[in-house]
Design a protein around this ligand. Structure first.
Ligand code: FES
Length: 128
């Protein structure tokens, strides 16, 4: 039912945890089941140097978050913004149709974290 990649990322999720001094944080809830994903970013010179996640959800959601972090690490903000929920699901070699909604949090949470980073940066520029 699940691809080998989904099982691998579910059993050995990459980049789990928090970044206490994150430059950007984004959280989304899944309207279908109520599960949540939070993404933490460390950004330096427009590059995502570090990314971590905390997902309260099913195996497919954890695998999607894990895959997303691997796809986004080392990317520029602009490149990371191109990563979609569908791209994450594709990189996992797909998800069963009834679990597709579980892949709808990771990229969205990262986009929100980038937005959060940009807002913080903008606020700092105004202060200085
Ligand atoms: Fe909630 Fe999968 S059942 S994210």
């Amino acid at each position: 039912m699940y691809s080998e990649k989904v099982m691998d990322h579910f059993k050995n999720p990459r980049n789990v945890g928090e970044i206490p001094d994150a430059d950007g944080v984004g959280e989304v809830g899944n309207p279908v089941c109520g599960d949540t994903t939070k993404i933490y970013l460390k950004i330096e010179e427009n590059i995502i140097n570090d990314i971590k996640f905390k997902t309260f959800g099913c195996g497919a959601a954890i695998a999607s978050s894990s895959m997303l972090t691997e796809m986004a690490k080392g990317k520029t903000i602009e490149e990371a913004l191109q990563i979609t929920d569908q791209a994450v699901a594709d990189m996992l070699d797909g998800l069963p149709p009834q679990k597709m909604h579980c892949s709808n949090m990771a990229a969205d949470a990262m986009h929100k974290a980038i937005e959060n980073y940009r807002l913080k940066k903008e606020a700092l520029t105004k202060i200085v």
